[in-house]
Design a protein around this ligand. Structure first.
Ligand SMILES: Nc1[nH]c(=O)nc2c1ncn2[C@H]1C[C@H](O)[C@@H](COP(=O)(O)OP(=O)(O)OP(=O)(O)O)O1
Length: 237
């Protein structure tokens, strides 16, 4: 069976704040939750009754202390993140803002920091960021992407810590599209979002690596919604 087949999606947001004049971007160090210990844009789950844009504005305020007027929040892309052996895809609405109001502040979940365009810490970010963030920075948006992520093979010490006796880390395969990694198929190491642990001693850009991805940046307008097969179902006007 296709290890990247999904049966439902969760709708998330991701906002990058860009200071064009000084050629820098605001990222947040995620202290806990999904993607902990990585630098990322600001965002999270869209709540019932909210549009993705409303959710994005709310999360930015909660996580960085700043507000963006809805007219100033531009849709830059739509990314479908698929995790090996996880039937829930993450439909992530990506936005950018060049202007904001308020004072940037740290909260218990995120530590915001400016990075020069030349100094973006890709080695401590989700591995896919290097594929699409440059499109945002160069104004080559909107884009649509389907990104398949698989768990990195475990190191021997990590397998022992997790109590997976007899697991040979080198038997985790990364070479073929149809194989399933031993780590992901071990019962207590499910890749489902709720069970996914991000720890401080993980590889610097997290426990996942890119298995495969497809990016398009020639859409007629900002992508709006993704069908379960990964195609774009409709567009925002
Ligand atoms: N592969 C990936 N690359 C990336 O750059 N960002 C990703 C990603 N997979 C998920 N994200 C982002 C999307 C979203 O902003 C965030 C996860 O949002 P979650 O709501 O799951 O986390 P939170 O712990 O912030 O929960 P809430 O704040 O309670 O909504 O991580």
């Amino acid at each position: 069976m296709d290890p990247f087949r999904i049966t439902s999606t969760k709708v998330l947001t991701l906002v990058t704040v860009i200071d064009k004049q000084n050629q820098r971007i605001l990222l947040g160090y995620k202290k806990r939750g999904f993607g902990a210990h990585l630098w990322n844009g600001f965002g999270g789950k869209v709540e019932p009754g909210e549009t993705p844009k409303e959710g994005a504005i709310r999360e930015l305020e909660e996580e960085a202390g700043i507000t963006v007027h809805p007219d100033k929040l531009q849709k830059t892309g739509l990314l479908l993140f698929l995790f090996e052996n996880d039937t829930v895809g993450l439909e992530t609405h990506v936005y950018k803002a060049y202007e904001y109001e308020g004072e940037i502040r740290e909260c218990d979940e995120m530590r915001p920091q400016w990075f020069d365009f030349a100094d973006i810490p890709y080695s401590q970010m989700w591995p896919d960021d290097e594929t699409w963030l440059p499109l945002t920075l160069k104004g080559q948006d909107p884009f649509f992407g389907r990104i398949c992520l698989k768990r990195r093979p475990l190191t021997e010490s990590a397998s022992l810590e997790n109590g997976v006796s007899g697991l040979n880390p080198s038997s985790s395969t990364a070479s073929s599209g149809s194989t399933t990694s031993t780590a992901a198929s071990a019962g207590n190491l499910s890749t489902t979002m709720t069970n996914t642990s991000f720890t401080a001693d993980q590889p610097s850009n997290g426990p996942f690596e890119i298995f495969d991805y497809h990016l398009e940046h020639s859409l007629p307008s900002a992508p709006h919604e993704i069908a379960l097969d990964g195609t774009v179902a409709s567009y925002e006007n």
